[in-house]
Ligand binder design. Structure first.
Ligand SMILES: C[S@@+](CC[C@H](N)C(=O)[O-])C[C@H]1O[C@@H](n2cnc3c(N)ncnc32)[C@H](O)[C@@H]1O
Length: 323
């Protein structure tokens, strides 16, 4: 009875807060409902996607008075030390980055489908991203940068850990198709200072390791050309994510070193949509990654309760994030 009352209260909160067009089953974390109650949060599920992305999404809400347009440092030294300690293992498909290697085809499928639709490219050709400039922020050893380059994109990969960049460079140089990747040991905010911009800005599994997620999103937005795209993946701050991405993956299955993830650093999908919206990126589509223990494969799903990926676009109008 009590739980029914709570459920009804949450449903009414959704209505009051203009969240009624968000499917209720997406709002798994009550905290996020309370913290987003003044804002409209909408996106399209992966399975609902069939139409091209509108190039001019609705304008974002005005920034709150205490929101600075300058970006703070995204560096979290404690997190970076963890990646530095295992940098040599980036290309060991059975090592600590095994989950990312296994997820790679699935996340590339999402990137290929959303970015081809957005940039009006043929997803069935071998080099659909020919002519587009991408930046892979927090690229690690380059396991995403390389396939993006093979798909024709002009890729810049940046990471705050120098060892990662050295490994990425060495590996990319083994193949003429990837040797053109520009790898730099730097941050998104430093690239903003250099006034670099890209057609697509991609940051997969990085935001949960940065010091200031909102500032990080502003940097990603500033790096995105007007009318360009931003893709972010991360882990939901849900109880299910705690059980699977931390307890199971780190402590029971030993897929990841213990302490890789801090549950409190995860963002809910609603929070990510909001901080992107405040950074002038409008999330158009979201998908979950689900793992099938029988096949050992990941697939795309509407279930965003643990791992999820978001594709957003920046208004084609004047670049407000560089002001
Ligand atoms: C979990 S790994 C993800 C690597 C890659 N994006 C992927 O999905 O294959 C996170 C990466 O982000 C990098 N990183 C963390 N904070 C960063 C920051 N503030 N700026 C740039 N890179 C950062 C780490 O060094 C690490 O290589």
């Amino acid at each position: 009875m009590a739980s029914k009352l709570v459920l009804n209260r949450l449903r009414s909160l959704c209505r009051v807060s203009q969240l009624s067009d968000v499917r209720f089953d997406k709002l798994r974390d009550p905290v996020s409902i309370f913290s987003t109650s003044q804002n409209q949060v909408t996106w399209r599920s992966y399975s609902e996607a069939s139409q091209p992305t509108p190039i001019n999404p609705p304008p974002p809400p005005p920034p709150s008075p205490n929101t600075s347009t300058t970006t703070s440092s995204s560096l979290n030294e404690f997190e970076l030390a963890k990646f530095s300690a295992i940098a040599e293992t980036w290309w060991d498909a059975e090592g600590p980055f095994k989950p990312l290697h296994l997820m790679n085809p699935t996340r590339l499928a999402f990137i290929r489908s959303t970015l081809c639709r957005h940039f009006r490219k043929d997803p069935n050709c071998t080099r659909p991203f020919e002519g587009l400039k991408f930046v892979d922020v927090g690229c690690g050893g380059g396991i995403l940068s390389e396939p993006l380059a093979r798909m024709g994109a002009t890729v810049t990969g940046v990471d705050a850990v120098d060892k990662n960049i050295k490994i990425a460079r060495l590996h990319a140089d083994l193949d003429p198709q990837t040797s053109s990747i520009e790898y730099r040991c730097t941050t998104a905010e430093s690239l903003v200072e250099e006034q670099r911009q890209f057609d697509a800005v991609i940051a997969l599994e990085v935001i949960e390791h940065v010091a200031d997620p909102a500032g990080f999103c502003k940097s990603l937005s500033a790096l995105t050309i007007p009318g360009g795209a931003t893709v972010i993946s991360t882990i939901n701050r849900s109880m299910r994510a705690y059980a699977t991405a931390i307890v199971a993956a780190e402590y029971l299955l030993h897929w990841l070193p213990k302490g890789t993830h801090q549950w409190s650093s995860f963002l809910t999908p609603e929070e990510l949509v909001l901080i992107l919206q405040r950074a002038s990126i409008s999330v158009q589509e979201m998908a979950g990654f689900v793992y099938n223990p029988l096949t050992g494969r990941w697939s795309l799903s509407d279930d965003i309760s643990v791992n999820f990926i978001a594709f957003g676009t920046k208004s084609a109008k004047k670049d407000e994030t560089l002001d």
